[in-house]
Design a binder for this molecule. Structure first.
Ligand code: NAG
Ligand code: NAG
Length: 245
C-alpha cells in the first residue's frame, strides 16, 4: 500500500516493532527522567541568570516609564497629518567616547539647540570638559549580545535605533540615524522627509559612496555615513518584532 507517507508491505507497520523487554523499559525511564530533570534544572538556572542580568541592565539605562505608551503614541501619530517640521525628527548619532572630543565639532556645526532633538550614543560618559550642543546617552546593554563576526561597537551602533526609541521623545515621526561625523542640513532633511507619508513603513537613505562597502554588505541598504531615516511605524514594528518592548 502506498500513500504520500510511504509504502508498507500490506502489514500494520507498528506490528513490526519488537516490544521492549520490561526491565529495560524501567532503566530507560529512569535514565530519561534523570535527563529530563537535568535539562529542566539547566534551563531554570539559565533563565534565572538571564532574567537577573536582563532586569538590572535594562533599568540601569532606560526606565520603562520612559517608554511612550505605544497605543496612544501611534493613535496620535496616525491622526496628525500636519506638515512635517524639525520637531518631528529624533536624531540618533552613533559616536564613541574615545573620539568624541575630536568629533564633537561636526555635530556642533548643524545641531540647533531647542530645535533639533535627539542624542549622541556613546559607550561611556564623555569627559565633562568636552562641551557639546547635543546631549549624550550611554548605549544600553550591547555587551550582552554575542556575535561570531564583527565587533562590539557594530552591535552598539546597530542598537542606536532601539536606544533612541526607548528614550521616549514625544511626537516623533522619523528616527534619523547618523555617524558622529555626519553633517546634516536639518531644513533640507525636513523638506525631504516631508515628501513621504510618516504613517507608512518608510526607510530613506543612500548606498555607501564606497563601492567596496556596498559589495561587502548590500546595495539595497542605507549606510550611516550619509545618514538614514526610518518612520516611527517601522521602528515600532522592528522593536516589537524583536521583543524589545
Ligand atoms: C511642528 O508640528 C507640530 C504639530 O504636529 C506642532 O505642535 C509644533 O509646534 C511644530 N513645531 C515647529 C517647530 O514648528
Ligand atoms: C533653549 O531654551 C531654554 C529654556 O527653554 C533657554 O534658557 C535657552 O536659552 C534656549 N537656548 C537657545 C540656544 O535658544
Amino acid at each position: 500500500m502506498c500513500t504520500n507517507g510511504g509504502c508498507y508491505s500490506g502489514q500494520d507497520p507498528f506490528k513490526a516493532l519488537k516490544p521492549i523487554p520490561k526491565e529495560k523499559t524501567g532503566d530507560m525511564l529512569t535514565t530519561s527522567f534523570k535527563g529530563f530533570v537535568a535539562v529542566i534544572l539547566t534551563f531554570s538556572i539559565a533563565l534565572a541568570i538571564y532574567s537577573t542580568l536582563h532586569k538590572s541592565s535594562r533599568s540601569d539605562f532606560f526606565p520603562w516609564s520612559d517608554l511612550p505608551n505605544p497605543t496612544l503614541y501611534m493613535a496620535h501619530l496616525i491622526s496628525d497629518r500636519s506638515p512635517t517640521n524639525i520637531s518631528h525628527i529624533a536624531f540618533g548619532i552613533a559616536g564613541s567616547t574615545e573620539t568624541w572630543e575630536k568629533r564633537v565639532s561636526y555635530s556642533d556645526l548643524w545641531w540647533k539647540p531647542n530645535a533639533t532633538r535627539g542624542f549622541v550614543f556613546l559607550e561611556k560618559k564623555p569627559d565633562p570638559k568636552t562641551p557639546s550642543k547635543i546631549q549624550h546617552r550611554v548605549s544600553s546593554e550591547w555587551r550582552r549580545f554575542g556575535h561570531s563576526i564583527g565587533s562590539d561597537s557594530a552591535v552598539r551602533i546597530a542598537r542606536v535605533v532601539v536606544d533612541l526609541f526607548r528614550a521616549g521623545l514625544p511626537n516623533v515621526r522619523w528616527l534619523v540615524m547618523g555617524d558622529d561625523d555626519t553633517v546634516f542640513f536639518p531644513e533640507n532633511l525636513v523638506a525631504v522627509l516631508g515628501k513621504y507619508d510618516h504613517r507608512g513603513m518608510v526607510y530613506v537613505g543612500e548606498n555607501s559612496e564606497s563601492v567596496e562597502q556596498d559589495v561587502m554588505h548590500a546595495y539595497d541598504m542605507a549606510f550611516g555615513g550619509g545618514g538614514f531615516a526610518i518612520s516611527t511605524i517601522i521602528s515600532t514594528a522592528l522593536i516589537r518584532g524583536f521583543g524589545l518592548v
